[in-house]
Design a protein around this ligand. Structure first.
Ligand SMILES: C[S@@+](CC[C@H](N)C(=O)[O-])C[C@H]1O[C@@H](n2cnc3c(N)ncnc32)[C@H](O)[C@@H]1O
Length: 285
């Protein structure tokens, strides 16, 4: 799971605007600050940490995740990208034990809070490690009806393998911790206020999902949690013939073309996927 996510979502930048949003928020404020400490929580294999480390070479960016394999992959990625100002370590968002009180100028968490059981504890930990006036930047997904990419994958899977493809064989998350848990962001905003954060703001973003020419089918079938892989496996297990995978790829190509997502150069761009960008500050009491 970690390796597939790292390759197809992080390394190949499935949603490039997602990580850039963090740079846009923090770069103007932290540019030129040699002592700036940025903490990226639930960073998987290092995003938006790596984008921030590249944009703010004088800052130190700490990429953290609960899953040791992701942290390993993040460290390898930082080395590959030559990002000497990026450090990677295991940390639970609910405690952030390796980080001292008031030690961070900024905390970020991209598409992570939906999967963290005790969000109140995580927000309290963010508040604890932030310096007075420090910035918090969070993204979470909007509701399923504003996720055309994932709707497409469900519909394609169902068409490939009726009644089997719409959902993965095993649901990847308990329903209450699913990707759209904060489709209504109000409970998250209330929890941020309860944790003592101030200047809380929430605005919508629409993101493009992008896949390179010659890679999109591999991406769709190897990306963790995407229902296409499960549908394809069931199709092949049911003995639907050696050509099942190629027929499924051709079907996917037709459906992508019909939606106008297949670009003239063979790449895929699916626009209009909703996220919430939430910003806040540690009150300088
Ligand atoms: C969808 S990924 C987001 C990763 C990355 N920020 C990105 O945008 O690509 C969610 C991440 O949350 C991490 N995670 C889940 N629970 C966590 C916790 N309690 N503390 C820290 N990370 C956690 C998972 O290991 C996973 O890497």
């Amino acid at each position: 799971m970690a390796d597939g996510y790292s390759e197809w979502v992080v390394d190949r930048q499935l949603v490039p605007g997602m990580f850039q949003a963090f740079v846009d928020q923090l770069e103007p404020e932290l540019r030129g600050r040699a002592d700036a400490q940025i903490l990226d929580v639930a960073s998987a294999s290092g995003e938006p940490a790596a984008s921030l480390a590249a944009a703010l070479p004088l800052a130190t960016v700490h990429a953290t995740d609960l899953t040791p394999r992701f942290v390993q992959l993040g460290a390898a990625r930082a080395q590959r990208l030559g990002l000497r100002n990026m450090r990677c370590q295991v940390a639970d968002a609910e405690r952030l034990e390796p980080f001292a009180d008031a030690s961070c100028d900024a905390v970020c968490c991209c598409m992570g809070l939906m999967f963290i059981p005790n969000v109140a504890a995580a927000l309290a930990a963010f508040d604890r490690v932030l310096k007075p006036g420090g910035a918090l930047v969070i993204t979470v997904a909007q509701p399923p009806e504003v996720q055309p990419f994932w709707t497409f994958l469900s519909e394609l899977s169902e068409e490939m393998c009726p009644a089997a493809g719409a959902a993965p064989a095993e649901a990847p998350y308990p329903a209450e911790f699913g990707p759209c848990r904060f489709g209504d962001p109000q409970p998250l905003l209330d929890a941020a206020a309860a944790a003592g954060l101030s200047s809380i703001a929430c605005r919508p973003m629409l993101l493009d999902y992008q896949m390179a020419a010659g890679e999109w089918w591999t991406s769709l079938t190897q990306m963790p949690d995407a229902p296409v892989a499960a549908a394809l496996q069931r199709l092949q297990a049911s003995g639907s013939g050696a050509n099942a995978a190629e027929q499924a790829r051709q079907l996917a190509e037709r459906r992508l073309r019909e939606r106008g997502w297949l670009q003239p150069d063979g790449s895929v761009c699916c626009p209009g996927n909703g996220a919430w960008l939430i910003t806040a500050r540690k009150g300088s009491q």
